[in-house]
Design a protein around this ligand. Structure first.
Ligand code: HEM
Length: 119
């Protein structure tokens, strides 16, 4: 099979390059800037999902666990934030460097201050 001029031999395993999509300046303004509100509506109340945000991939081989994954991440984070205050400290405020492995990981462990919530 030939895709965009590249010959893909039979039985080759291929995977979408999500990093390239997530860092495409034609799609995102300053993609490396941490600005989660870019995925929220103007009133910051609802999630706004552009069609090119595809963490669970796309098409026939996309993730069948998407529904479960979304619920798990929501429950995990909300339970954690109910019990703890999590704040970045000055070390974490510095630019985060990352490394490529099978997926992208932080080069140095980010440092957080975690305190138990009183209320
Ligand atoms: C936040 C959580 C998750 C993320 C971000 C995620 C992401 C992905 C992605 C990107 C793929 C496609 C990989 C490729 O290009 O071949 C995939 C495939 C898959 N995921 Fe997930 N996943 C998550 C959770 C889950 C859960 C909870 C399950 C099962 C309970 C699951 C089961 C699968 C399976 C079986 C495939 C292979 C589908 C196929 O090849 O036809 N995933 N996932």
């Amino acid at each position: 099979m030939v895709i965009s001029g590249f010959k893909i031999p039979k039985d080759t395993q291929i995977m979408a390059n999500f990093w390239a999509i997530d860092n495409d300046t034609n799609l995102w303004e300053n993609p490396s800037e941490f600005r989660p509100e870019r995925l929220l509506s103007e009133d910051l109340k609802t999630f706004k999902k552009p069609e090119y945000l595809i963490p669970f991939s796309y098409g026939k081989r996309s993730c069948p666990g998407e529904g479960l994954g979304v619920v798990e991440v929501f429950l995990y984070l909300s339970s954690l934030l109910q019990k703890y205050d999590i704040k970045a400290n000055h070390k974490t405020d510095q630019k985060l460097e990352y490394e490529f492995h099978f997926s992208i990981t932080a080069k140095h462990n980010p440092v957080f201050n975690i305190t138990k919530r009183l209320n």
